[in-house]
Design a protein. Structure first.
Length: 224
C-alpha cells in the first residue's frame, strides 16, 4: 500500500479486500499503483490504476513487469474526479491520499457508479487535526510541491450527510505529526519503516473517543 504513515488503516484495507474475495476486480485511483500490484500478487483477478501522472503509470507498469503480472493490469492516465469507465465494473475501489484533490460528492457518486452491487469503496485520507497548521508552518508539508488543502471535519460531516452509509474511522491521535516532523528533521536517515512501526504500536493503544477528536487521518468505507 502507498501508506507508510497509515499502517493501521492500510492493514484494515488489506483485510477487508481479502474478505471480499480474491476473484474480484480492483481499482486504485491515484498513487503509484502499489495497492493495485499488491492485489495481483495476492492472487487478485485484475487491477486497474488511474493516475494523472505518466511517470507513476510507467512506474506501475515496470513493477508489474518485474513481478510478471502485467497481463492482469490496466493503466489509465486521467483525473480520478471523472472516471472514464463503464458502470458496474469493479468490486473494490481504493484511494489513498488523493480524495482531497477532488470534489468529494461528485467523486463518491462516480465511484458508486463504477462499483458492482455488493462492491466496496475504501479511502485513506489525511485529516486536519489540532496542530496541523502550526506544524506545516514550522516544518512545511511532507511533499513541498503540493499546494492542496487536506480534508477537515466539517467536510467529513457534509460527506456523511450526502452518504449516510459512509463509515468513518479516525486514527493517529497524536504521534503522526511528531513522527513526520522527526523524519523531516533527520532527513529520512532512519527511513520510513521504523517510524511506521512506532505509529502502529501507539495507534492501537489510543481510545476511539480520543482518536475521533484528535485523529490526523481517517479510513472511509462505503458499501454499495
Amino acid at each position: 500500500m502507498d501508506a507508510y504513515y497509515e499502517p493501521t488503516a492500510a492493514k484494515r484495507v488489506l483485510d477487508t479486500s481479502i474478505e471480499i474475495g480474491l476473484d474480484k476486480t480492483f481499482l486504485q485511483i491515484g498513487g503509484c499503483g502499489l495497492a493495485a500490484i499488491s492485489w495481483l500478487l495476492l492472487g487478485g483477478k485484475s487491477s486497474t490504476l488511474i493516475t494523472p501522472s505518466p511517470s507513476k503509470r510507467d512506474f506501475c507498469l515496470a513493477l508489474a513487469n518485474e513481478f510478471n503480472v502485467q497481463s492482469k493490469l490496466k493503466l489509465q492516465v486521467s483525473f480520478g474526479k471523472s472516471l472514464l469507465l463503464g458502470d458496474c465494473q469493479f468490486d473494490i475501489v481504493f484511494i489513498q491520499g488523493s480524495l482531497h484533490h477532488m470534489q468529494y460528492e461528485k467523486a463518491l457518486t462516480e465511484i458508486l457508479r463504477v462499483l458492482r452491487k455488493g462492491g466496496i469503496f475504501l479511502a485513506i485520507e489525511v485529516l486536519e487535526a489540532p496542530g496541523y497548521k502550526t506544524a506545516t508552518k514550522l516544518l512545511g508539508k511532507r511533499e513541498k510541491e503540493v499546494k492542496c488543502e487536506i480534508l477537515d471535519r466539517f467536510e467529513l460531516y457534509v460527506l456523511k450527510k450526502h452518504f449516510p452509509d459512509l463509515d468513518i474511522t479516525f486514527y493517529r491521535a497524536f504521534i503522526r505529526y511528531f513522527m513526520l516532523g522527526f523524519s523531516k528533521i533527520t532527513r529520512g536517515f532512519f527511513g520510513d519503516v521504523w517510524p511506521a512501526k512506532v505509529i502502529f504500536f501507539w495507534d492501537r493503544r489510543v481510545k476511539d473517543v480520543v482518536q475521533e477528536k484528535f485523529g490526523s487521518y481517517v479510513l472511509l468505507v462505503l458499501k454499495k
